[in-house]
Design a protein around this ligand. Structure first.
Ligand code: CAA
Length: 319
């Protein structure tokens, strides 16, 4: 199955940077466009990428030439309209640019908010080639819903049941990587209800080329990964909230008693972010109305306080 020649990654946060890196270095995609509407996020993300590449070179895991070639293939793109928090389709000059530069696959790795992702998928469908794979790295949001937004982006004359609508929805798929992307071995691939077989195979081939094992999940809230991980993390937070054990003892129990690489509170703080944990849990709860997915009060309060984990300097731990 053919790999993309021009991959666009949307969002230069930890996930976007990791995906751009493995696509360039491992999958050897010839051109990787990295878009973020915030220029400072691109600068920060690329500095982090440079550190990861330098570490790989110093450990002999990557040659200096390969690291240099991987880095040179990454072209950053930003937009001047960095102010509004809800993306508006009329501002999407960036999507035109990704289209004009020949993107034949996109991986969206923006914030875990439905309205933001829907706006992005509308813009992508409107501006990219009619063959491009439109993939989302969402942790929990319905791929079928994002496909619906993509079809809306084609304009009001195209309905979801038309041939053009079906073909567009057929190109939308979930490719869910795990943080840190260069290290974690899995990519969860999620077909929406209308995802075509070709799109699914192209998504899987891309993940494998990036050096990942693939698991497939149905398009249910949280997919397999977060339908399992989030109740576990939430239960750990509830243990803390109810005083069952201290923060350190909760994490120690899972690390030393069950062999987890890190405790659940530390994992939420460092590799997920507590705002993202809450957003995923809300999607799970709203999507199922099952009380086992109800986010703990403490998690909500911590997000209200701006204690989002390592990225904000404080979560369950101080950084
Ligand atoms: N980015 C890139 N690489 C990183 C990294 C980061 N943020 N943090 C650590 N690493 C690398 C290190 O550089 C090191 O690489 P080398 O082998 O080349 O030296 C490697 O990871 C191992 O690191 P350490 O030896 O320092 O530490 P460790 O043995 O404790 O392992 C870990 C670190 C692999 C991250 C391990 O703690 C772990 O597996 N933690 C759990 C992570 C996890 O569960 N992630 C998934 C979160 S859920 C998610 O992402 C999706 C979602 O939908 C919520």
């Amino acid at each position: 199955m053919a790999l993309p020649r021009v991959l666009s990654v949307i969002g230069a946060g930890q996930m976007g940077i990791g995906i751009a890196l493995v696509a360039s270095l491992r999958a050897k995609i010839p051109t990787v466009l990295l878009y973020d509407r915030d220029p400072s996020q691109i600068t920060k993300g690329l500095e982090f990428m440079d550190k990861l590449l330098a570490k790989d070179v110093s450990k002999g895991k990557t040659s200096e030439e390969d690291a240099k070639a991987a880095r040179e293939k990454i072209i950053s793109i930003t937009s001047s309209s960095a102010s509004s928090s809800t993306l508006n389709i009329d501002e999407f000059g960036w999507a035109r640019e990704l289209g004009e530069r020949g993107s034949d696959m996109v991986v969206e790795a923006a914030s875990e908010r439905l309205s933001i992702k829907e706006g992005i998928f509308r813009a992508l469908a409107k501006n990219l080639s009619k063959d491009a794979v439109l993939a989302s790295n969402t942790s929990s949001i319905s791929i079928t819903k994002l496909a619906g937004a993509a079809v809306e982006g084609l304009g009001s004359s195209i309905n979801k049941a038309s041939e053009e609508g079906k073909s567009c929805a057929g190109r939308v798929v979930g490719v869910h990587f795990f943080n840190p992307v260069p290290v974690m071995k899995l990519c969860e691939v999620i077909p929406g209800l209308q995802t075509s077989e070709t799109t699914l195979e192209r998504a899987k081939a891309f993940a494998v080329a990036c050096g990942k094992e693939v698991s497939t999940s149905k398009d249910v809230p949280g997919f397999v990964s977060n339908a399992l991980l989030m109740p576990f993390l939430n239960e750990a937070i509830m243990c803390l909230e109810s005083g069952t054990a201290t923060r350190d003892d909760i994490d120690k129990t899972l690390r030393l008693g069950m062999g987890h690489p890190m405790g659940p509170l530390q994992l939420g703080d460092i590799f997920i972010g507590l705002d993202t944990c809450l957003a995923i849990q809300e999607t799970l709860y709203e999507g199922t109305h099952d009380s086992k997915y109800r986010p703990s009060v403490l998690l909500g309060r911590m997000v209200d306080a701006g204690w989002l984990g390592k990225k904000s300097g404080k979560g369950f731990y101080e950084y």
